[in-house]
Design a protein around this ligand. Structure first.
Ligand code: HEM
Length: 388
């Protein structure tokens, strides 16, 4: 039977790695009928695409299944020079030093949510810990009103999903996008009237070379920041916790020496980043690995596969917290590399330090996990852990 790669398949959500290996070894530039786009899976090819935005453009959208009207108007879905200017407005708030002020609220949030699971024998890391702390952190950072936090979270979760049967966003996913866009629009109007000293206010009231940002650009970038912030971070924390459940030796090493947490986090980003695949659009006919990708064709960059490429990493299927994989693509790369990477690093260090202090020993309760149905992201919907 001819090889197929269907990023909508629940089997791929559950375990994409065998298919990635076939792609890399036998079809490094592959046309996926199901996705309607090319798939690049080798590290060098993905890296080359990331550093060559003139050929691999984001301006037609970077989500595999794009929302109507989003392409061209957000950071992730625009090309330089507009992209770089938009990015420069937020970047200074995302450096390690600028993020010092999140340390205390992050620890306070850990104390609350880890306190709530203290007395039970088991808990769900994704829904009791990772997602709750992420929401607290992002709400603090963006100075969002606390009421409605659950709704924001639920809609962010729905936004990253795709219907595995129709291979499209269904009405509930589109409704979540509209809800978030309205939520962002209300915020934008409110911050314009009463700007504060927070990341969103600074962005909303900014000008580029004396020119105001377009309303749509502001609204959709805020929408994306909330979605990307909440879903990518909480999804990744779930993946990191999963690795620590599956590799108890690694977990014990971190319990004994929490200064190893940053290295373990980088290895988890390499081994199974929550951000598995993003999209680009080819601008000029491009020959690659014996195939011709035509101008106008879409192409999927499979970061999750590049990170397991044996041409780049020794024993890539081994989870090794001593590896220090500096050039992994868990945060993407090039001009679009993740803007929230430092925030994610700072947050994970605190959360996993506190978590492993509170719960040093745990095991998975479910062998089979239920995965978020998404063509871009990969993370468990729940991760039930038994203490001890
Ligand atoms: C561990 C958690 C996270 C992971 C794995 C992750 C992953 C990624 C990846 C792979 C990209 C590149 C997308 C592309 O190539 O088109 C990206 C971009 C982006 N991420 Fe993250 N992300 C995380 C956390 C965050 C957080 C917490 C925020 C915001 C607070 C954020 C905001 C963004 C934004 C705005 C972009 C677009 C940047 C640009 O195009 O210049 N991310 N992220």
């Amino acid at each position: 039977m001819a090889f197929r790669f269907d990023p909508y398949s629940p089997d791929i959500d559950a375990d994409p790695f065998p298919a990635y290996k076939v792609l890399r070894d036998e079809h490094p530039c592959f046309w996926s009928e199901e996705a309607g786009m090319w798939v690049l899976s080798r590290y060098d090819d993905v890296f080359n695409a990331l550093t060559n935005w003139r050929t691999y453009s984001s301006a037609k959208g970077n989500l595999i299944d794009e929302f109507p009207g989003r392409a061209g108007s957000t950071l992730g879905s625009s090309d330089p020079p507009r992209h770089d200017r938009l990015r420069s407005l937020i970047q200074s708030a995302m450096t390690k030093r600028a993020l010092d002020h999140v340390l205390e609220p992050a620890r306070a949030s850990c104390a609350t949510h880890l306190g709530a699971i203290r007395d039970g024998d088991s808990f769900d890391f994704v829904n009791d810990i990772g997602s709750k702390i992420t929401v607290d952190l992002l709400f603090y950072l963006f100075a969002l009103p606390r009421d409605g936090a659950e709704l924001v979270r639920d809609n962010a979760v729905l936004m990253v999903q795709t219907d595995p049967v129709t291979r499209q966003k269904n009405e509930s996913h589109l409704a979540a996008f509209r809800w978030m866009a309205d939520y962002a629009e209300n915020l934008v109007q409110e911050r314009k009237k009463n700007p504060g000293d927070d990341l969103l206010s600074n962005f909303i009231t900014a000008e580029i070379d004396g020119e105001k940002l377009l309303d749509k650009e502001v609204q959709l970038t805020v929408t994306t920041l909330i979605m990307a912030g909440i879903e990518s971070l909480s999804g990744f924390m779930g993946m990191f916790a999963l690795n620590l459940a599956d590799y108890p030796e690694a977990r014990r090493a971190l319990v004994a020496d929490p200064s190893l947490i940053p290295d373990a986090m980088e290895e988890s980003l390499r081994f199974n980043t929550s951000a598995q695949r993003f999209k680009r659009c080819i601008q000029v006919d491009t020959e690659l690995r014996g195939q011709t990708m035509k101008a106008g064709d879409f192409v999927m960059l499979a970061y999750g596969s590049a990170n397991r490429d044996e041409r780049m990493f020794d024993n890539p299927d081994v989870y090794d917290i001593g590896r220090k994989p500096k050039r992994h693509l868990g945060f993407g790369g090039g001009v679009h590399s993740c803007l929230g990477a430092m925030l994610a690093r700072v947050a994970c260090q605190i959360v996993f330090e506190e978590f492993l202090k509170a719960v040093p020993e745990f095991t998975r309760m479910d062998e089979k996990l239920s995965w978020v149905p998404s063509s871009n992201f990969r993370s468990p919907q729940a991760l039930r852990l038994m203490k001890g």
